[in-house]
Write a new protein. Structure first.
Length: 434
């Protein structure tokens, strides 16, 4: 045999060594085709073993991947399905991810089913799974990676509404704006969205209680505003308002989502303190003052008390504090205190140092007020003019004149009675006893 013939034989032999079986992925089918968070998904991978001439680690037809070392035509195969990145591992749970195929002959096709679940709350995005083919022996002992094939699945968003709102405050007896934002955090396509705010006593929606928003398929929030009126009888507390969100889903069916939003009705009693009445007093003189407290608001005042404190102008000679308790809206209460004006106090208006404490209804916050209450101190001259008094000598003279006059009047009356008695006796004897 010539050297040329030997070369041809060796070339044929080497070519034969490079021709081997190779796994080729034909298709990947997914059911359901529209995947949402929480879905169970069936995946079927169809593949076959083909004869091709290839280079080590070349990219085979049918998809990206790697194909090390040529396989044996009598090799056994095992396949796996696994997440191919971090986010896929977090939200994709493979239920049946490993299958034993057995011997796969050249040109033979095979379909392998797998199952996985998309976790609830999975973000709407694309996830990558990897199909892996392993060569093994008939006992499925040692394995050697023969083929990988990556493919993507798209998880679509679901309609999931949320209401975004800051603290909603309103006041009893007033109008207020109820403002909040509507967002579709699930990113599912919601068509013809409308929002209805349901109110009941003590709140009423002013104007339309339902607004049309349109289509929402993203997380961009929509600003909404409703005018409400809070009745004057409303208690200061937090109220829950039901909100109904209606929309059309991807299948054309009408859906409704129920949400709530909180509104805090604010309100404080309005306490006014005034001097109701007082005795006429002057410096160095005791007297009584009556202090009145009135609630001129829609909200009741709880645990109300009033206290009168000493100052340099006067001292409190009676109890200094009075507990009133509940002071209802549009109500008042009067308390009386005894004071003694200091010697040398200037005539005119002097301030009473009053302190009023109370709490709001459904609120433990204590309010302390120190109102300005003025009492009038009369000058010596004004007091003397209103209440004139003589000196001691005049009083004695008056007394000396009055006493004799009283004695004379008594004697005259006694004498008159005697005379009347005599006349009566005379008539009785002369006329009635005959």
């Amino acid at each position: 045999m010539t050297s040329k013939n030997v070369f041809l034989v060796l070339a044929v032999f080497l070519f034969a060594q490079m021709v081997s079986a190779e796994v080729v992925v034909d298709s990947v089918s997914i059911e359901p085709s529209y995947i949402e968070p929480g879905n169970d998904v069936d995946v079927t991978v169809k593949f076959h073993e083909a004869l091709v001439a290839r280079e080590l680690y070349s990219s085979p037809p049918g998809g990206a991947g790697k194909s090390p070392a040529s396989g044996d035509k009598n090799a056994f195969y095992m396949v796996k399905l696994a997440p191919n990145d971090g986010i896929s591992s977090d939200f994709i749970v493979i239920k049946e991810g490993e299958k034993n195929i057995g011997r796969l002959f050249k040109g033979e096709s095979w379909s392998t089913p797998f199952k996985f679940k998309v976790k609830e709350g999975a973000p709407a995005t694309s996830y990558t799974l990897e199909f892996r083919v392993y060569e093994t022996d008939e006992n499925y002992g040692s394995t050697r990676l023969s083929r990988t094939y990556s493919f993507n699945i798209t998880v679509n968003g679901v309609v999931q509404f949320t209401l975004l709102s800051g603290e909603q405050d309103a006041k009893a007896g007033e109008k207020s704006d109820l403002k909040f934002q509507l967002a579709n955090v699930g990113k599912g396509n919601a068509r013809h969205v409308s929002v209805l705010v349901n109110t009941s006593s003590p709140m009423t929606v002013l104007g339309a209680s339902e607004v049309y928003v349109g289509d929402i398929a993203d997380e961009s929030p929509r600003d909404l505003s409703f005018g409400i009126y809070v009745d004057s009888t409303a208690s200061p507390k937090a109220y829950v308002l039901p909100v109904t969100i209606s929309y059309i889903d991807r299948s054309g069916a009408k859906q409704a989502a129920s949400k709530t939003i909180g509104v805090k009705v604010m309100g404080s009693p309005k306490i006014e303190t005034s001097l109701d009445k007082q005795d006429d007093i002057k410096a160095g003189m005791p007297g009584k003052v009556s202090v009145s407290v009135a609630n001129k608001a829609f909200i009741d005042a709880k645990f109300l008390s009033i206290q009168l404190l000493d100052t340099g102008d006067y001292t409190v000679t009676s109890k200094s504090e009075a507990y009133i308790g509940n002071l209802a809206s549009d109500d008042f209460q009067t308390e009386e205190f005894a004071i003694k004006v200091a010697d040398g106090a200037k005539a005119g208006k002097i301030p009473l140092k009053a302190k009023v404490t109370y709490t709001e209804e459904n609120n433990n916050v204590v309010h302390v007020e120190e109102p300005a209450v003025l009492v009038n101190v009369m000058s010596e001259q004004d007091y003397a003019r209103k209440y004139p008094q003589g000196n001691g000598t005049q009083s004695l003279v008056t007394l000396l004149l009055v006493v004799p006059a009283l004695v004379v009047a008594y004697l005259a009356l006694w004498l008159l009675l005697k005379i009347v008695g005599l006349i009566t006796t005379f008539i009785d004897k002369r006329v009635f006893k005959k």
